[in-house]
Design a protein around this ligand. Structure first.
Ligand code: ADP
Ligand code: ZN
Length: 438
């Protein structure tokens, strides 16, 4: 039995893989030049695919930003006639024009193949029952995983987001073995299991989770694995790069293989925009090399991560991305210290007494900025004793202070008391600006 969905591509020796990438990059540039946006940029900057001699020469190409995509909304990046488009998806677009991505038949085929490859890599097979618990519609996680799991041949349940009682009913009736969802939803799902007097470890056949779409720590993953008695794998995707299926953990659970036959990944210093040495953190920049309707070249994702050095024992040659530290725009500054929400999550998850849900509130109280961390007590540890609470308070405060150098106010609330987001978790609420303006 093969370990790989596409052995030739997944285990291609590096030199061959890079030559393959160069060929596909040049073809993508020719294709991209047919779009109004790249047509103009390439003409103005005198860019010609023939000037690229190695894959490292990609650094001579201009970067593409979210603003470019927004500014050329909706069709400025399109390279094919509109009647060739068979699907569109878009980002939530809370801060301006949403970003719309268009796919032709080739693109959907290529995308679903990548998602099937990811699921195969974590050990899912055609005899699995796959339940896809996330928004369908414009969000790429829904149809993206649906198509990929169908291609794998699994029995695929498009259960979509919400209604946890029904999710559990489906899971138990149909014997679901694999779930894809966002990590923050699993806290809610677990609570509903408990409310119903059920234990997912005993009362389901679950064995694998694919979790992604939002940053989460290694500690959070381990907590989820324990709660459900499954192995959980990190899944990275973004709408601009199709959706899910861009990078995924394999059974080794150590870093996400980025599918380098379909994408070129670079890590740049976000200030100088120069490549950083392997192993160092920087901004992920991505290029599609297997997309026809809407190729995107050197896209600044604003996500912070690094390449993991060394080879993966699974035999795949595609490089691995480390867990994401967050987006460049997730970082907040409090009392002069730069803080990423994931630094705080990492600390909180070390305490079994707190649940996997939390919120960070930044506020100005009598002219002074403060950071408040709200966590829920873990039901399994909840005794309600004052002394226990006080000790926990104290421990959380000093552990967070040691990590981020700011002493937070800690509020420990009942399980289920924090608001649940509709989609991706909202970890930080910054109330400071509104007050300063008032
Ligand atoms: P939106 O910009 O509306 O959130 P997407 O749904 O396309 O649009 O989200 C893509 C973003 O989600 C990525 O750029 C990244 O910040 C985040 N993301 C996706 N998967 C992961 C993951 N496994 N770990 C951390 N962040 C992730
Ligand atoms: Zn691997």
């Amino acid at each position: 039995m093969s370990l790989y969905w596409q052995k030739d591509l997944e285990t291609m020796p590096r030199a061959e893989l890079e030559a393959y990438q160069l060929k596909k990059l040049k073809a993508s540039m020719v294709q991209a030049a047919r779009s109004p946006f790249y047509g103009k940029v390439f003409r103005e900057k005198n860019i010609n695919p023939e000037n690229l001699h190695s894959i490292q020469d990609i650094t001579s190409l201009p970067l593409t930003t979210k603003e470019d995509l927004r500014g050329n909304f909706p069709y400025g990046f399109l390279t094919v006639p509109k009647n060739e488009i068979v699907r569109m998806h878009c980002t939530s677009g809370t801060t301006g024009n949403p970003t719309m991505i268009f796919y032709n038949r080739h693109d959907l085929e290529s995308w679903s193949n990548l998602v099937a490859r990811c699921l195969f890599a974590i050990g899912a097979r055609e005899d699995d029952v796959f339940q896809n618990i996330c928004g369908y519609g414009l969000f790429t996680g829904g149809l993206g995983f649906q198509d990929g799991a169908e291609k794998l041949g699994a029995t695929t349940i498009p259960s979509a987001a919400g209604n946890s009682v029904r999710q559990i009913m489906l899971m138990r009736t149909l014997g679901t073995t694999v779930i894809h969802t966002i990590p923050s939803y699993l806290t809610r799902l677990y609570e509903v299991f408990v409310e119903q007097g059920l234990d997912p470890r005993r009362d389901t056949k679950l064995r694998l989770f694919a979790i992604g779409s939002e940053p989460h720590t290694e500690e959070q993953r381990r907590r989820i694995e324990e709660m459900f008695g499954v192995r959980a794998f990190n899944s990275f995707g973004m709408t601009e790069m199709n959706g899910p299926g861009v990078a995924f953990e394999c059974e080794c659970q150590y870093g996400m293989h980025v599918w380098e036959d379909a994408y070129i990944a670079e890590i740049l210093d976000p200030d100088t925009l120069e490549p950083v040495p392997d192993g160092e953190m920087g901004e992920l920049v991505m290029t599609t090399i297997d997309r026809e309707a809407m190729p995107i070249i050197r896209y600044r994702t604003r996500d912070l991560t690094r390449f993991l050095p060394g080879e993966c024992p699974c035999g795949r040659t595609h490089r691995r991305l480390d867990r994401f530290a967050g987006r460049t725009d997730d970082m907040f500054i409090i009392k002069g210290c730069n803080v990423f929400p994931m630094q705080i999550e990492k600390i909180l998850m070390r305490f079994p007494e707190v649940s996997t849900d939390y919120q960070i509130v930044l506020d100005t109280v009598q002219g002074v900025d403060e950071m408040q961390i709200k966590v829920e007590f873990n039901r399994d540890f909840f005794t309600g004793e004052r002394e226990v609470l006080e000790t926990l308070h104290h421990k959380l405060r000093s552990a967070v202070r040691d990590e981020v150098l700011v002493t937070p106010k800690v509020q420990i609330v009942e399980p289920g008391a924090l608001p649940r987001a509709e989609g991706k978790a909202v970890r930080v609420r910054d109330l400071r600006e509104a007050k300063k303006g008032a």
